[in-house]
Design a protein around this ligand. Structure first.
Ligand SMILES: [Zn+2]
Ligand SMILES: [Zn+2]
Length: 397
Protein backbone atom coordinates (compact mmCIF):
# COMPACT_ATOMS: atom_id res chain seq x y z
CA UNK A 1 0.00 0.00 0.00
CA UNK A 2 1.81 3.19 -1.14
CA UNK A 3 1.18 5.29 1.93
CA UNK A 4 3.32 8.19 3.11
CA UNK A 5 6.52 6.48 4.29
CA UNK A 6 6.96 8.55 7.41
CA UNK A 7 3.38 7.84 8.45
CA UNK A 8 3.87 4.12 7.78
CA UNK A 9 6.70 4.35 10.31
CA UNK A 10 4.23 5.69 12.89
CA UNK A 11 1.91 2.66 12.62
CA UNK A 12 2.74 1.15 16.02
CA UNK A 13 2.42 4.54 17.72
CA UNK A 14 -0.92 5.27 16.01
CA UNK A 15 -2.20 1.84 17.02
CA UNK A 16 -1.31 2.64 20.62
CA UNK A 17 -3.19 5.95 20.51
CA UNK A 18 -6.23 4.32 18.89
CA UNK A 19 -6.43 1.49 21.43
CA UNK A 20 -6.05 3.91 24.31
CA UNK A 21 -9.00 5.96 23.02
CA UNK A 22 -10.95 2.75 22.38
CA UNK A 23 -10.44 1.64 25.98
CA UNK A 24 -11.80 4.97 27.29
CA UNK A 25 -14.99 5.71 25.32
CA UNK A 26 -17.05 8.79 26.18
CA UNK A 27 -20.55 9.75 25.05
CA UNK A 28 -21.46 12.91 23.13
CA UNK A 29 -20.55 16.23 24.80
CA UNK A 30 -18.83 14.27 27.60
CA UNK A 31 -15.55 13.74 25.71
CA UNK A 32 -13.38 15.31 28.42
CA UNK A 33 -10.60 12.73 28.55
CA UNK A 34 -10.61 12.36 24.78
CA UNK A 35 -10.50 16.11 24.13
CA UNK A 36 -7.76 16.48 26.79
CA UNK A 37 -5.75 13.84 24.95
CA UNK A 38 -6.37 15.43 21.53
CA UNK A 39 -5.54 18.95 22.74
CA UNK A 40 -2.35 17.79 24.49
CA UNK A 41 -1.12 15.97 21.40
CA UNK A 42 -1.92 18.88 19.07
CA UNK A 43 -0.05 21.26 21.38
CA UNK A 44 2.90 18.87 21.60
CA UNK A 45 3.04 18.71 17.79
CA UNK A 46 3.25 22.53 17.70
CA UNK A 47 -0.34 23.42 16.74
CA UNK A 48 -2.24 26.40 18.13
CA UNK A 49 -5.09 24.85 20.09
CA UNK A 50 -8.54 26.19 20.85
CA UNK A 51 -10.96 24.27 23.03
CA UNK A 52 -14.57 24.57 24.05
CA UNK A 53 -16.26 24.95 20.65
CA UNK A 54 -19.46 22.93 20.83
CA UNK A 55 -18.66 22.27 24.48
CA UNK A 56 -15.95 19.59 24.11
CA UNK A 57 -14.78 20.29 20.54
CA UNK A 58 -11.10 21.00 19.80
CA UNK A 59 -9.47 22.85 16.90
CA UNK A 60 -5.74 22.66 16.21
CA UNK A 61 -4.25 25.08 13.71
CA UNK A 62 -1.03 24.68 11.80
CA UNK A 63 0.46 27.33 9.54
CA UNK A 64 3.36 26.86 7.17
CA UNK A 65 5.08 28.92 4.54
CA UNK A 66 4.05 32.43 3.63
CA UNK A 67 0.39 31.67 3.01
CA UNK A 68 -1.49 33.20 0.15
CA UNK A 69 0.54 35.54 -2.04
CA UNK A 70 -1.07 38.92 -2.71
CA UNK A 71 -3.79 38.62 -5.31
CA UNK A 72 -3.91 34.82 -5.11
CA UNK A 73 -7.30 33.17 -5.32
CA UNK A 74 -8.47 31.46 -2.16
CA UNK A 75 -7.18 31.81 1.34
CA UNK A 76 -5.20 28.56 1.25
CA UNK A 77 -6.93 27.30 4.37
CA UNK A 78 -8.27 23.78 4.75
CA UNK A 79 -10.41 22.17 7.41
CA UNK A 80 -9.99 18.47 8.27
CA UNK A 81 -12.55 16.95 10.60
CA UNK A 82 -12.81 13.89 12.84
CA UNK A 83 -15.43 12.85 15.41
CA UNK A 84 -14.58 11.80 18.99
CA UNK A 85 -17.70 10.35 20.62
CA UNK A 86 -18.66 6.77 21.49
CA UNK A 87 -22.01 4.99 21.80
CA UNK A 88 -24.09 3.71 24.73
CA UNK A 89 -23.37 0.07 23.88
CA UNK A 90 -21.89 -2.59 26.19
CA UNK A 91 -18.80 -3.86 24.39
CA UNK A 92 -18.84 -7.56 23.56
CA UNK A 93 -15.14 -7.83 22.71
CA UNK A 94 -12.66 -9.39 25.12
CA UNK A 95 -9.35 -8.11 23.70
CA UNK A 96 -6.96 -6.11 25.88
CA UNK A 97 -8.07 -2.69 24.60
CA UNK A 98 -11.80 -3.30 25.23
CA UNK A 99 -13.85 -0.56 26.84
CA UNK A 100 -13.16 0.17 30.49
CA UNK A 101 -16.25 2.38 30.73
CA UNK A 102 -19.25 0.18 31.48
CA UNK A 103 -22.01 0.49 28.88
CA UNK A 104 -20.00 2.75 26.56
CA UNK A 105 -18.15 1.69 23.44
CA UNK A 106 -16.36 3.03 20.39
CA UNK A 107 -18.61 0.98 18.12
CA UNK A 108 -18.53 3.40 15.18
CA UNK A 109 -14.76 3.78 14.79
CA UNK A 110 -14.53 7.39 15.92
CA UNK A 111 -11.46 6.29 17.91
CA UNK A 112 -9.87 5.46 14.55
CA UNK A 113 -11.03 8.70 12.92
CA UNK A 114 -9.55 10.77 15.76
CA UNK A 115 -6.28 8.85 15.58
CA UNK A 116 -5.95 9.19 11.79
CA UNK A 117 -6.39 12.95 11.98
CA UNK A 118 -3.93 13.19 14.89
CA UNK A 119 -1.47 11.16 12.82
CA UNK A 120 -1.81 13.58 9.91
CA UNK A 121 -1.38 16.57 12.24
CA UNK A 122 1.76 15.02 13.75
CA UNK A 123 3.27 14.38 10.32
CA UNK A 124 2.33 17.77 8.86
CA UNK A 125 3.65 19.63 11.92
CA UNK A 126 6.94 17.78 11.61
CA UNK A 127 7.42 18.11 7.87
CA UNK A 128 5.59 21.37 7.08
CA UNK A 129 5.77 20.56 3.42
CA UNK A 130 2.90 22.89 2.52
CA UNK A 131 2.12 26.56 2.27
CA UNK A 132 -1.04 27.76 4.00
CA UNK A 133 -3.20 27.02 7.03
CA UNK A 134 -4.76 23.76 8.19
CA UNK A 135 -7.44 23.54 10.87
CA UNK A 136 -7.73 20.11 12.50
CA UNK A 137 -11.32 19.98 13.74
CA UNK A 138 -12.23 17.39 16.38
CA UNK A 139 -15.97 17.44 16.95
CA UNK A 140 -18.01 16.02 19.81
CA UNK A 141 -21.35 14.22 19.75
CA UNK A 142 -21.72 12.97 16.19
CA UNK A 143 -24.08 10.18 17.25
CA UNK A 144 -27.42 11.94 17.12
CA UNK A 145 -26.69 14.93 19.34
CA UNK A 146 -25.58 17.47 16.77
CA UNK A 147 -21.97 18.12 17.78
CA UNK A 148 -21.06 19.48 14.33
CA UNK A 149 -24.02 21.85 14.45
CA UNK A 150 -22.97 22.99 17.93
CA UNK A 151 -19.46 23.82 16.67
CA UNK A 152 -20.85 25.68 13.65
CA UNK A 153 -23.19 27.66 15.93
CA UNK A 154 -20.23 28.48 18.17
CA UNK A 155 -18.65 30.26 15.20
CA UNK A 156 -16.34 27.51 13.93
CA UNK A 157 -16.01 28.91 10.42
CA UNK A 158 -15.94 32.56 11.51
CA UNK A 159 -13.06 31.83 13.89
CA UNK A 160 -11.41 29.31 11.58
CA UNK A 161 -12.31 30.16 7.99
CA UNK A 162 -11.82 27.24 5.60
CA UNK A 163 -12.03 27.28 1.82
CA UNK A 164 -12.78 23.56 1.83
CA UNK A 165 -13.43 20.90 4.46
CA UNK A 166 -12.90 17.14 4.42
CA UNK A 167 -14.06 14.31 6.67
CA UNK A 168 -13.74 10.55 6.62
CA UNK A 169 -15.62 7.55 8.01
CA UNK A 170 -14.64 3.90 8.02
CA UNK A 171 -16.89 1.45 6.22
CA UNK A 172 -16.85 -2.22 7.30
CA UNK A 173 -18.27 -3.56 4.03
CA UNK A 174 -15.45 -1.96 2.05
CA UNK A 175 -12.14 -3.82 1.68
CA UNK A 176 -9.07 -2.58 3.52
CA UNK A 177 -7.04 -0.46 1.12
CA UNK A 178 -10.09 0.88 -0.69
CA UNK A 179 -11.92 4.20 -0.62
CA UNK A 180 -15.43 5.18 -1.69
CA UNK A 181 -16.43 8.71 -2.59
CA UNK A 182 -19.11 10.29 -4.73
CA UNK A 183 -20.05 13.76 -5.90
CA UNK A 184 -23.40 15.15 -4.77
CA UNK A 185 -25.62 13.54 -2.13
CA UNK A 186 -23.92 10.71 -0.24
CA UNK A 187 -25.85 10.25 3.01
CA UNK A 188 -29.43 11.05 3.88
CA UNK A 189 -31.03 13.85 5.85
CA UNK A 190 -32.78 12.57 8.95
CA UNK A 191 -35.81 13.61 10.99
CA UNK A 192 -37.61 12.13 13.98
CA UNK A 193 -41.34 12.50 14.60
CA UNK A 194 -43.86 11.94 17.38
CA UNK A 195 -47.61 11.91 16.81
CA UNK A 196 -49.97 12.12 19.76
CA UNK A 197 -53.57 11.10 19.12
CA UNK A 198 -56.31 12.07 21.56
CA UNK A 199 -59.76 10.50 21.49
CA UNK A 200 -62.15 9.47 24.23
CA UNK A 201 -61.57 6.61 26.62
CA UNK A 202 -64.39 4.16 27.17
CA UNK A 203 -65.29 0.67 28.33
CA UNK A 204 -63.95 -1.91 25.91
CA UNK A 205 -67.43 -3.39 25.52
CA UNK A 206 -69.07 -0.04 24.81
CA UNK A 207 -67.18 1.51 21.85
CA UNK A 208 -70.15 3.70 20.94
CA UNK A 209 -69.40 5.87 23.98
CA UNK A 210 -65.77 6.55 23.10
CA UNK A 211 -63.34 7.48 20.31
CA UNK A 212 -60.90 4.63 19.85
CA UNK A 213 -57.34 5.99 19.49
CA UNK A 214 -55.87 2.52 18.89
CA UNK A 215 -57.94 2.32 15.71
CA UNK A 216 -57.05 5.89 14.72
CA UNK A 217 -53.33 5.24 15.24
CA UNK A 218 -53.54 2.14 13.05
CA UNK A 219 -55.19 4.15 10.25
CA UNK A 220 -52.57 6.90 10.56
CA UNK A 221 -49.71 4.38 10.39
CA UNK A 222 -51.12 2.91 7.18
CA UNK A 223 -51.97 6.29 5.61
CA UNK A 224 -48.48 7.67 6.29
CA UNK A 225 -47.08 5.04 3.92
CA UNK A 226 -48.83 6.83 1.06
CA UNK A 227 -46.53 9.85 1.46
CA UNK A 228 -43.42 8.29 -0.07
CA UNK A 229 -45.52 6.33 -2.57
CA UNK A 230 -47.87 9.14 -3.67
CA UNK A 231 -46.58 12.56 -2.56
CA UNK A 232 -42.79 12.44 -2.96
CA UNK A 233 -41.53 12.67 -6.55
CA UNK A 234 -40.80 9.11 -7.76
CA UNK A 235 -37.24 9.97 -8.80
CA UNK A 236 -36.41 11.08 -5.25
CA UNK A 237 -35.30 8.64 -2.57
CA UNK A 238 -37.13 8.75 0.75
CA UNK A 239 -37.96 6.51 3.70
CA UNK A 240 -40.69 6.96 6.27
CA UNK A 241 -40.65 4.39 9.08
CA UNK A 242 -43.17 4.26 11.91
CA UNK A 243 -41.07 2.57 14.56
CA UNK A 244 -43.23 2.96 17.67
CA UNK A 245 -46.97 2.67 18.30
CA UNK A 246 -48.21 2.83 21.88
CA UNK A 247 -51.78 2.70 23.04
CA UNK A 248 -53.73 1.26 25.89
CA UNK A 249 -53.00 -0.65 29.10
CA UNK A 250 -55.96 -2.98 29.61
CA UNK A 251 -58.04 -5.61 27.82
CA UNK A 252 -61.30 -3.87 28.56
CA UNK A 253 -60.43 -0.18 28.10
CA UNK A 254 -60.61 1.76 24.87
CA UNK A 255 -57.57 4.02 25.18
CA UNK A 256 -57.99 7.75 25.42
CA UNK A 257 -54.60 8.45 23.80
CA UNK A 258 -52.17 6.83 21.39
CA UNK A 259 -48.67 7.70 20.26
CA UNK A 260 -46.77 6.98 17.09
CA UNK A 261 -43.14 7.77 16.44
CA UNK A 262 -40.53 7.12 13.82
CA UNK A 263 -37.97 8.49 11.43
CA UNK A 264 -37.81 10.00 7.95
CA UNK A 265 -34.79 10.00 5.61
CA UNK A 266 -34.40 11.95 2.37
CA UNK A 267 -31.57 13.32 0.25
CA UNK A 268 -32.84 16.89 0.11
CA UNK A 269 -34.26 19.44 2.50
CA UNK A 270 -37.12 20.10 0.00
CA UNK A 271 -38.38 16.51 0.07
CA UNK A 272 -38.04 16.48 3.86
CA UNK A 273 -40.22 19.62 4.06
CA UNK A 274 -42.78 18.04 1.72
CA UNK A 275 -42.96 14.93 3.92
CA UNK A 276 -43.39 17.02 7.05
CA UNK A 277 -46.30 18.94 5.49
CA UNK A 278 -47.92 15.74 4.20
CA UNK A 279 -47.50 13.99 7.54
CA UNK A 280 -49.21 16.80 9.43
CA UNK A 281 -52.08 16.91 6.92
CA UNK A 282 -52.62 13.14 6.97
CA UNK A 283 -52.28 12.64 10.73
CA UNK A 284 -54.61 15.51 11.58
CA UNK A 285 -57.02 14.68 8.72
CA UNK A 286 -57.28 10.98 9.56
CA UNK A 287 -57.75 11.74 13.26
CA UNK A 288 -60.45 14.28 12.46
CA UNK A 289 -62.26 11.78 10.23
CA UNK A 290 -62.66 9.54 13.30
CA UNK A 291 -63.55 12.40 15.64
CA UNK A 292 -60.12 12.41 17.30
CA UNK A 293 -57.28 14.96 17.21
CA UNK A 294 -53.60 14.53 16.39
CA UNK A 295 -50.57 16.66 17.25
CA UNK A 296 -47.41 16.15 15.22
CA UNK A 297 -43.93 17.01 16.52
CA UNK A 298 -41.56 16.79 13.55
CA UNK A 299 -37.87 17.38 14.33
CA UNK A 300 -35.29 17.87 11.59
CA UNK A 301 -32.13 16.25 12.97
CA UNK A 302 -29.53 15.96 10.20
CA UNK A 303 -28.98 17.75 6.92
CA UNK A 304 -28.22 15.60 3.88
CA UNK A 305 -24.49 14.97 3.41
CA UNK A 306 -23.78 16.50 0.02
CA UNK A 307 -20.29 16.47 -1.46
CA UNK A 308 -19.17 19.36 -3.62
CA UNK A 309 -18.49 17.97 -7.12
CA UNK A 310 -15.10 19.66 -7.47
CA UNK A 311 -13.93 18.71 -3.96
CA UNK A 312 -15.14 15.12 -4.45
CA UNK A 313 -13.08 14.93 -7.64
CA UNK A 314 -10.07 16.29 -5.78
CA UNK A 315 -10.47 13.89 -2.84
CA UNK A 316 -10.95 10.92 -5.17
CA UNK A 317 -7.73 11.90 -6.93
CA UNK A 318 -5.82 11.80 -3.63
CA UNK A 319 -7.33 8.38 -2.83
CA UNK A 320 -6.32 7.09 -6.28
CA UNK A 321 -2.79 8.38 -5.76
CA UNK A 322 -2.59 6.35 -2.52
CA UNK A 323 -4.27 3.08 -3.50
CA UNK A 324 -4.67 3.17 -7.30
CA UNK A 325 -7.78 4.22 -9.23
CA UNK A 326 -9.06 0.63 -9.28
CA UNK A 327 -9.40 0.76 -5.48
CA UNK A 328 -11.49 3.92 -5.41
CA UNK A 329 -15.23 3.39 -5.85
CA UNK A 330 -16.44 6.60 -7.49
CA UNK A 331 -20.08 5.57 -7.54
CA UNK A 332 -20.91 3.84 -4.25
CA UNK A 333 -24.57 3.33 -3.30
CA UNK A 334 -26.32 6.16 -1.48
CA UNK A 335 -26.40 5.61 2.29
CA UNK A 336 -29.78 6.07 4.01
CA UNK A 337 -28.13 6.66 7.41
CA UNK A 338 -27.27 10.24 8.37
CA UNK A 339 -24.08 12.04 9.38
CA UNK A 340 -23.80 15.38 11.09
CA UNK A 341 -20.66 16.44 9.15
CA UNK A 342 -23.46 17.51 6.78
CA UNK A 343 -23.93 20.70 8.85
CA UNK A 344 -20.32 21.67 8.14
CA UNK A 345 -20.72 20.81 4.43
CA UNK A 346 -23.73 23.14 4.28
CA UNK A 347 -21.43 26.02 5.30
CA UNK A 348 -18.22 25.16 3.46
CA UNK A 349 -17.80 23.12 0.26
CA UNK A 350 -16.02 19.87 0.86
CA UNK A 351 -16.19 16.13 0.74
CA UNK A 352 -16.86 13.13 2.94
CA UNK A 353 -14.90 10.00 2.12
CA UNK A 354 -15.34 6.37 3.19
CA UNK A 355 -12.26 4.29 3.99
CA UNK A 356 -12.44 0.49 3.94
CA UNK A 357 -12.42 -1.19 7.35
CA UNK A 358 -12.19 -4.66 5.81
CA UNK A 359 -14.80 -7.05 4.46
CA UNK A 360 -15.43 -10.76 4.51
CA UNK A 361 -15.22 -13.05 7.50
CA UNK A 362 -14.67 -11.23 10.76
CA UNK A 363 -15.90 -7.91 9.35
CA UNK A 364 -18.44 -6.46 11.70
CA UNK A 365 -20.85 -3.60 11.06
CA UNK A 366 -20.65 -0.40 13.05
CA UNK A 367 -22.93 -0.01 16.11
CA UNK A 368 -22.50 -3.73 16.85
CA UNK A 369 -21.07 -4.89 20.24
CA UNK A 370 -18.40 -6.92 18.38
CA UNK A 371 -17.18 -4.05 16.17
CA UNK A 372 -13.59 -2.75 16.27
CA UNK A 373 -11.82 -0.20 14.09
CA UNK A 374 -9.22 -1.87 11.89
CA UNK A 375 -5.78 -0.56 12.95
CA UNK A 376 -4.35 -1.55 9.56
CA UNK A 377 -6.30 1.39 8.06
CA UNK A 378 -4.68 4.00 10.35
CA UNK A 379 -1.61 4.88 8.22
CA UNK A 380 -3.71 4.98 5.07
CA UNK A 381 -6.30 7.37 6.52
CA UNK A 382 -3.60 9.59 8.01
CA UNK A 383 -1.80 9.57 4.64
CA UNK A 384 -5.02 10.63 2.91
CA UNK A 385 -5.31 13.75 5.09
CA UNK A 386 -1.58 14.47 4.79
CA UNK A 387 -1.44 14.17 0.99
CA UNK A 388 -4.63 16.18 0.66
CA UNK A 389 -2.92 19.09 2.44
CA UNK A 390 0.41 18.72 0.63
CA UNK A 391 -1.35 18.63 -2.73
CA UNK A 392 -3.93 21.35 -2.22
CA UNK A 393 -1.56 23.66 -0.36
CA UNK A 394 1.51 22.75 -2.41
CA UNK A 395 4.47 24.97 -1.64
CA UNK A 396 4.67 28.16 -3.64
CA UNK A 397 8.25 28.28 -4.90
ZN1 LIG B 1 -22.25 5.78 14.27
ZN1 LIG C 1 -19.74 7.13 12.99
Amino acid sequence: MPIVERIAGMHAELTGWRRDIHAHPELGFEETRTSDLVAAKLAAFGCEVQRGLGKTGVVGTLRAGGGAPPGARGARTLGLRADMDALPIAEGNTFAHRSTNQGKMHACGHDGHTTMLLGAACYLAETRNFDGTVHFIFQPAEEGQGGAKAMVEDGLFEKFPCEAIFGMHNRPSLALGQFAVRAGPMMAAGAFFDIRVTGKGAHGARPETGIDTALVAAHIAVALQSIVARNAPPVETAVLSVTKIYSGDAYNVIPQTAQLAGTVRTFSRDVMALIETSMKRIAKGVAEAFGATAEVDFRFMFAPTVNDAREAEFAAGICAELVGAQNVDRNPPLIMASEDFSFMLEKVPGCYVNIGNGEGEGACEVHNPAYDFNDAALPLGASFFARLVETRLAKIS
